[in-house]
Design a protein around this ligand. Structure first.
Ligand SMILES: [Zn+2]
Ligand SMILES: [Zn+2]
Length: 121
């Protein structure tokens, strides 16, 4: 079932579909990751691509719940960042194409809100 997007802001970034799919950098047109359609309630990501461009994505849904802060770290399963409570895949970020990123994502299933901040190179 399609979800109703409430807030959406994309800067220097394109998504393959309305609220998920491949994530592209507008600076170099490379795909820098993949956002899973149906497992998150809100996302905020700020990243710096290897090409020098800085991108930003913010998205949430009309039926989204307000998440609760979670001290646990996201876990990586087959290069996807997943919720540590239920192993749901949330997003893939291609570290080798990014200089750094700052991610905040809420899992739709458990409401856990996770933060990750990385410098990859
Ligand atoms: Zn780029
Ligand atoms: Zn979860």
């Amino acid at each position: 079932m399609a979800r109703v997007v409430k807030g959406k802001e994309l800067i220097n970034t394109r998504l393959a579909a309305n609220y998920g799919g491949w994530i592209y950098c507008d600076g170099c047109q490379e795909n820098i990751g993949y956002l899973c359609y149906s497992t998150y309630d809100s996302i905020k990501i700020r990243y710096k691509c290897n090409c020098g461009s800085s991108g930003f994505i913010s998205l949430d849904f009309a039926d989204g719940k307000i998440g609760h802060k979670c001290a646990n770290e996201l876990i990586t399963i087959k290069n996807r960042l997943c919720c540590p409570s239920d192993n749901e895949p949330l997003i893939t970020l291609l570290n080798k194409k990014l200089k750094s990123y700052e991610l905040e994502i809420t899992c739709k299933f458990c409401g856990g809100k996770y933060k990750k901040r990385t410098v990859t190179s």
